[in-house]
Design a protein around this ligand. Structure first.
Ligand code: GAL
Length: 691
């Protein structure tokens, strides 16, 4: 991460940035005048321009037309609006695909995609790479001195994998570099299984359709390769943009894509940006959004990130596209800021008149200024000025949860005892337990520095390297509290079993081993209870489903045992004291309430306090600078909620002075941001230079 560029950005655009994707090329010029008038009215300060403009900017190979872009860049700038200028590589124009069909991506079945959509490029195509770089260079050279240029937006939501011959060649080259020799490749991929041993590099290919089941180690490496190959597109454009415009930060918008390992990607960007579309029709979407926001903050090492896209109302791509009820768009926007975003941006500014997304909401709907959405958008843009000082503030957490792309690929990429396993859902359940406990949470991998944390939650980390298991052991021995769920520590980075009894990479840490994995039939529910003598968890009752480990405790003790079934009397949850810390192992899928109770028990043991006491359904976070603490209270409930403040300060949104002990009443969907003096220091202080 490069602070000088972001410092420049903040000097240009101090405060919480408001805006969205703007596609002026879809409208005649008269509309542009109205656009900028309304943008000003709504407090829009930054627009993402040109994301899908390639065919308009370059109508034929090497023939550029920047006239409209010149005009709109100037118009925006004279109205005080900055530009997050996109390199338009996400949608290669028809001429490029027609003149050079090799630029089109090929699916796993070998079918080459046609034009007519977006994201249809082969990341390995030299022509695609060349033409993408060329137009990025043209844009950078042309606008490098433009005062409105504030940021670069490379491509859009990278998610194009490709199985063409060129990708096949690059995959082989990537493997040669990774493994050096064919013997090593054979060893790492376990090719003695099913007679897959390679005797020449020419026999090695990316995964193509096979007769039956696949080689999971090859699949895992292909996921790694795809992520790296796509990332190379970003770093190449980043380097050329940095060379031409050294002060302008560069980003690309993440969206939680399975193909791109954002832990690796984030290290290459000046700022992390994220597109978030929580589904109002789904029960846990607020917690999922909170998780994603914490992930984004953690990807940038705790530095603020940018909410680059969200919907002002309904989207149009799902089966049923529910609207955001009055006030919920505002609340969701504050939620992002509460979790570290310094921007509230939308897809898109004005609703499209045509195309696949014409029924997707926008800041300015088809119905114009009279619509509820516009009124809410305008009000929010103006209101956010009241919390501008929050921008650049940091969040410190004593709790971390693990989310790891490598594990996602591995655990869903091979045949194992529970082939319905859903990693995203599993992590979301564990995160929810923390979310309801109102504690601040970072989202990490086991390769990150674990020393700032008192509690580490590791949901089903099937893939665990030796280095990672050493790091986990050190974390516990140094006094950390570990919560780890079943089917963790099973394989290494090559998807090879850690020998010596499950969970091979964790056995000594959890002080128990698994005799046998024992998945349960879909409808089965097994009662679990704390043994009578275990006072700390007395009253603990849970329902186990999906999976049971047949656990043999070694140096651990049971915290809860099965009450029925073939494992009745055996441990379902264990606790192991190791060094100065403790490892709690969960050998089954506990129901949500029980998981929450268990997590709360561990938080209590570790002495981790909620950010602030609040009723269920009121989300609480804190951001800090050296001089101020900002407490966010977000009422997600359908009714009023009250919070008795533990501090005095100022509610920035109302401007009202509030006192410690005072009961703050929050209407349904309302929010308060209370500024006070920071009482204690953060577990990890913000880096110097930021305030
Ligand atoms: C995003 C994408 C936008 C738009 C939006 C609709 O994933 O970047 O271009 O399609 O979804 O929700």
């Amino acid at each position: 991460m490069s602070d000088p560029r972001m410092n420049t950005f903040h000097r240009r655009l101090p405060g919480v940035v408001y805006g969205g994707d703007y596609n002026p090329e879809q409208w005649p010029r008269e509309v542009w005048q109205e656009d900028v008038r309304l943008m000003r009215a709504a407090g829009v300060r930054l627009v993402s321009l040109g994301v899908f403009s390639w065919s308009v900017l370059e109508p034929a190979d090497g023939r550029f037309d920047f006239s409209w872009l010149d005009e709109i860049m100037d118009l925006l700038w004279t109205n005080g609006i900055h530009v997050n200028l996109a390199t338009p590589n996400a949608a290669p124009p028809p001429w490029l695909a027609t003149d050079f069909p090799e630029i089109l991506s090929v699916d796993r079945q070998g079918v080459r995609h046609a034009i007519g959509s977006r994201g249809h490029f082969c990341p390995s195509s030299p022509v695609y790479r060349d033409r993408s770089r060329r137009i990025a260079t043209e844009l950078a050279e042309r606008y490098r001195k433009h005062p409105g240029l504030a940021m670069w937006h490379i491509g859009n939501e990278y998610h194009s994998d490709c199985f063409c011959d060129r990708c096949d060649d690059r995959f082989r080259a990537w493997l040669r570099q990774r493994y050096g020799t064919l013997d090593e490749l054979n060893r790492r991929w376990g090719t003695t299984f099913w007679s897959q041993r390679y005797s020449d590099w020419s026999q090695v290919h990316l995964p193509q359709p096979v007769r039956g089941w696949v080689n999971p180690s090859r699949e895992l490496d292909f996921s790694r390769f795809t992520s790296d190959n796509l990332l190379e597109l970003v770093t190449q454009e980043r380097d050329l943009l940095h060379a031409i415009t050294p002060d302008v930060p560069v980003t690309t918008n993440f969206f939680g894509c399975r193909l791109t390992d954002s832990h690796r990607w984030a290290k290459e960007l000046d700022v992390v940006a994220f597109d978030c579309y929580p589904d109002p029709g789904k029960p846990h979407s607020l917690a999922v959004a909170a998780f994603q926001y914490d992930l984004m903050r953690s990807l940038g090492n705790g530095r603020p990130w940018m909410l680059m896209e969200q919907a002002a109302g309904a989207v149009s791509q799902w089966k049923t596209n529910q609207v955001k009820q009055p006030g919920r768009m505002r609340l969701g926007s504050y939620q992002a800021v509460a979790h570290g975003s310094d921007a509230v941006m939308f897809f898109q500014w004005r609703a499209s008149p045509q195309g696949q997304e014409k029924f997707h909401s926008a800041m300015l709907p088809h119905g114009g200024e009279k619509t509820r959405t516009w009124q809410e958008v305008k009000a929010l843009g103006n209101e956010l000025r009241a919390i501008d000082e929050v921008a650049t503030a940091h969040t410190g957490a004593q709790v971390a949860i693990v989310w790891d792309w490598q594990n996602w690929w591995a655990v869903e990429g091979c045949a194992h005892p529970d082939n319905a396993f859903d990693y995203r859902d599993t992590v979301a359940r564990h995160y929810r337990a923390l979310w309801h406990s109102q504690v601040a949470v970072d989202v990490v991998t086991l390769d990150d520095d674990l020393s700032p944390y008192r509690v580490l939650v590791v949901p089903n980390q099937y893939l665990m390297t030796r280095r990672q298991s050493t790091a986990v052991r050190k974390f516990v021995e140094d006094g950390g509290h570990l919560v780890v769920s079943y089917f963790s520590g099973i394989v290494d980075e090559d998807d090879r079993i850690h020998e010596g009894g499950y969970p091979g990479a964790l056995r000594e840490i959890v002080g128990a081993h698994v005799q046998e994995f024992s998945p349960l039939p879909a409808e089965a529910a097994v009662p679990v209870q704390a043994p009578a003598e275990k006072a700390a968890l007395s009253g603990f009752f849970a329902t186990a489903s999906v999976w049971q480990d047949d656990l043999e405790t070694e140096t651990a003790r049971p915290l809860a045992v099965y009450r029925k079934g073939h494992l009745a009397g055996k441990a379902a949850v264990t606790e192991h004291e190791l060094g100065r810390g403790r490892a709690v192992y969960i050998g089954t899928r506990l129901d949500d309430d029980a998981l929450e109770a268990l997590v709360q028990h561990v938080l209590d043991l570790a002495g981790v306090r909620p950010v602030h006491a609040a009723p269920r359904g009121v989300e609480v976070t804190e951001r800090r600078t050296r001089t101020s603490a900002y407490l966010f209270l977000l009422n997600h409930r359908q009714d009023k909620a009250t919070v008795t403040l533990d501090r005095s300060g100022t509610d920035l949104i109302t401007g009202r002075r509030v006192e410690a002990g005072e009961t703050l009443v929050l209407d349904a969907a309302d929010v308060a941001v209370v500024r006070s003096s920071p009482a204690t220091s953060l577990p990890s202080e913000p880096p110097s230079g930021d305030s």
